[in-house]
Design a binder for this molecule. Structure first.
Ligand code: ZN
Length: 222
């Protein structure tokens, strides 16, 4: 018997309701469609308050230009993923540091700006080696306004991992990486309250819980 497997996820802001999972299978010239109802249950996220430099809450005109350019670059990067999976096997934690349950936290910056935390913060002191969590292609490796020194890996079919706030980047755009490859050193660049690694998982336009991806046993389904 032949079998296939696929990874799918639900965005952190998806409403808690019944949703339809649509699957199309292509085999040669044939296609088959089927769908299944998936119940999305409410998650219970914390709320928190943070104080950051004012320029990250009320950016001036020059800063807004940088933010707009960053947004255009990110739209391009996230709009062109490899057409086949570049990853295989388990995803590994990017640093040896304690994870926090910060994913999904509703946060208020400087008492003014409400935002949802779409990644996982890991308590990495400045200079901690950050590694590729799986194989893929480095599609962004440069400083951005909010993200600081940022590295994005395309794992194919719209699945990306993002690492932010590096003190140093050790890879370049266009570079192939495998699990465990050194991406750079953690730091405190961009919109932060202190040194840590912000690590996010994006699929299509959805941000997924990195903790859940790390717990999946994918070696068994190769
Ligand atoms: Zn974060």
């Amino acid at each position: 018997m032949r079998s296939w497997f696929a990874l799918a996820g639900v965005d952190v802001e998806a409403p808690a309701e019944s949703s339809k999972l649509k699957i199309t299978i292509h085999v040669g010239a044939d296609t088959a469609d089927f769908d299944r109802d998936v119940e999305i249950h409410p998650a219970h996220y914390r709320t928190g308050k943070l104080i950051v430099a004012p320029k990250f809450v009320e950016p001036g005109p020059e800063e807004l230009k940088v933010i707009t350019a960053d947004a255009e670059l990110k739209a391009k990067v996230f709009g062109t993923s490899a057409s086949e999976p570049l990853w295989h096997g388990d995803f590994r934690a990017p640093v040896r540091a304690a994870p926090t349950d910060s994913f999904g936290t509703r946060r208020m910056f400087n008492g003014k700006l409400a935002s949802i935390h779409k990644g996982m913060d890991l308590r990495a002191p400045k200079g901690t080696v950050v590694r590729a969590s799986n194989s893929g292609l480095v599609v962004l490796a440069r400083p951005l306004y909010y993200e600081g020194n940022c590295v994005v890996i395309d794992h194919g079919l719209g699945l990306y991992t993002l690492s932010m706030h590096f003190s140093r980047i050790d890879v370049h755009e266009g570079q192939r990486v495998v699990v465990g490859d050194r991406l750079g050193l953690s730091g405190a660049t961009g919109r932060v309250t202190g040194p840590h690694l912000h690590w996010a998982v994006r699929w299509g336009s959805a941000y997924l819980d990195p903790g859940k991806l790390l717990r999946l046993k994918l070696n068994a389904v190769r």
